[in-house]
Design a protein around this ligand. Structure first.
Ligand code: 0WE
Length: 269
């Protein structure tokens, strides 16, 4: 029996097979969880329905997190099938593309700033508000995805870094709010992974190469590895962990000065 047997988990943010949310769903399904899913818009509906079927689920709902009504409707529809909920996995982020290309001070706009924070951070607490009653007193957990850009500046990540910093604070405040009713709240700060969200980003290939060469494990992490850590955090194996940001990045965030490999003519002729 898997270590998530009997857990009912809602996963938001599947856009393709490559999505980190897909790696998380696969790991949770393997460990015995029952899953439900959302899609952002009609274009993604059939795709998410197909993935859900593969993980034994026919619980698939629309949810555009900029729409309060859709968030309310999501949990009322879910409650018609499930009398309780053990986890919400939030894998949503967005900033307008022009905010992620160029000098931060040059390219940041009021509108882009607000959009990035609304979709990437506010939506996490908005979902917690509406899911709260279904999750109360079940030792459930909420999980979101962050990135090192919350803590360090790096080229082009720009306003997304601020939104992830807000999201990480959101994790700590939500953990304090929901802890008394038995709900844990955590985040995973994943290393960079090639997904649809990364496809539009200039020089992402270069960043992946740099990241692999400067990471203790000398490689990038996979959605399967993030999925396994996510399954752990949403399981009772992690019953003592809340308000935490867990780095699943091969150790990248723990080092400085890099590997010096890029200066060695033998390994880098
Ligand atoms: O959080 C992210 C990316 C999230 C993201 C991606 C896009 C692409 C398409 C948010 N908004 C948009 N908007 C779009 O129009 N990551 C951790 C991946 C990522 O994105 C970067 C990175 C890394 C790493 C952007 C610039 C620099 C590094």
């Amino acid at each position: 029996m898997g270590f998530m047997a009997g857990k009912r988990i809602l996963v938001l943010g599947i856009a393709s097979k490559l999505s980190i949310a897909s790696g998380i769903a696969a790991a949770m399904h393997r460990e015995g969880a029952e899953l439900a899913f959302t899609y952002q818009n009609g274009k993604l509906k059939d795709r998410v329905l197909g993935f859900a079927e593969g993980w034994g689920s026919n619980l698939v709902y629309p949810c555009d997190v900029t729409n309060d009504t859709q968030i309310v409707d999501l949990f009322s529809q879910l409650s018609e099938n499930w009398d309780g909920l053990d986890g919400i996995v939030h894998c949503l982020a967005y900033a307008p593309a022009h905010e992620l290309d160029g000098n931060y001070v040059d390219v940041t706009t009021r509108e882009g700033f607000l959009t990035a924070h609304e979709i990437s951070s506010y939506s996490f607490v908005a979902l917690a508000q509406e899911g709260r009653e279904l999750m109360r007193n079940r030792n459930g957990s909420l999980l979101t995805l962050s990135y090192l850009g919350a803590m360090r500046s790096l080229p082009n990540y720009n306003v997304m870094g601020l939104a992830k910093a807000s999201l990480e604070a959101n994790v700590r405040y939500m953990a304090s709010s929901l802890g008394p009713e038995g709900t844990r709240v955590n985040g995973i700060s994943a290393g960079p992974i090639r997904t649809l969200a990364a496809a539009g980003i200039k020089s992402f290939r270069k960043m992946l190469q740099h990241n692999a060469s400067q990471t203790p494990l000398r490689r990038n992490v996979t959605t399967e590895e993030v999925g396994n850590s996510a399954a752990f955090l949403c399981s009772d194996l992690a019953s003592g962990i809340s308000g935490e940001i867990l780095y699943v990045d091969g150790g990248f965030n723990t080092t400085a000065m890099g590997s010096l490999n890029d200066l060695d003519p033998k390994t880098n002729p």
